[in-house]
Design a protein around this ligand. Structure first.
Ligand code: SF4
Ligand code: SF4
Ligand code: SF4
Length: 194
């Protein structure tokens, strides 16, 4: 709902764009300790795509190349560059600054909706610059641990993972958004966060 308030309401009341600053600040505080926890538990756009796009989505496999840092870093630089370029042109006017954030929200939400419908709900979250930033800041923190002795290889955890991660493989998952769905779905309690 916050995504719609900023994207639509912000056109008429640009100061709503400052909500994005609050979002940025929150994820920057959390990321060094919990990696992408913000994405799976607090992000307004994350819950927007989960709730609204899930019924509409074709639910296809997210293309592997979208996970590559060779794609993600340029997208990060392009969107941050766009934001800084626009901010430098605002001459410090409060409404114009707010409108930069509103524009950013409209662009990224439109991409998220498009990819979310034609591929899978969390496709945007695979290469979202804020997700990439959290991964860089704390991708190794608060990892899932799999007890290989308990696991029966049923792969239920992978089926429920909104990021389509290979949960049951014994490896670090820096793009895990700590939503806990795999933990809840596991019939053997083989997964815990540590
Ligand atoms: S990846 Fe981006 S849009 Fe998705 S939940 Fe994280 S911060 Fe939000
Ligand atoms: S691995 Fe588990 S906690 Fe991480 S994103 Fe997938 S379902 Fe959520
Ligand atoms: S749901 Fe649990 S038991 Fe099944 S593959 Fe995943 S970790 Fe193993």
């Amino acid at each position: 709902m916050i995504v719609l308030i900023v994207s639509i309401g912000g056109i008429f009341y640009p100061k709503l764009g400052y909500i994005l600053l609050l979002v940025f600040a929150t994820l920057l505080i959390i990321a060094p300790f919990r990696g992408r926890w913000f994405c799976g538990n607090l992000c307004p756009r994350g819950s927007f795509v989960d709730f609204w796009l899930a019924p509409l989505s074709r639910r296809l496999a997210i293309p592997l190349f979208l996970r590559s840092m060779w794609i993600r870093i340029p997208i990060f630089i392009a969107l941050m560059g766009f934001m800084i370029y626009r901010l430098l042109g605002t001459q410090g006017v409060v409404d114009r600054i707010g409108m930069v954030f509103v524009t950013l929200c409209i662009i990224t939400t439109s991409i998220a909706i498009l990819f979310g419908v034609i591929i899978a709900p969390r496709t945007w979250c695979t290469f979202c610059p804020m997700g990439t930033l959290q991964r860089i800041m704390g991708g190794s923190k608060y990892q899932l641990k799999l007890d290989g002795d308990l696991c029966i290889d049923c792969k239920r955890c992978q089926k429920v993972c909104p990021m389509q991660l290979r949960v049951f493989e014994l490896q670090d998952l820096p793009d895990c958004i700590k939503c806990g769905r795999c933990v809840d779905a596991c019939p053997k309690d083989a997964l815990i966060f540590h």
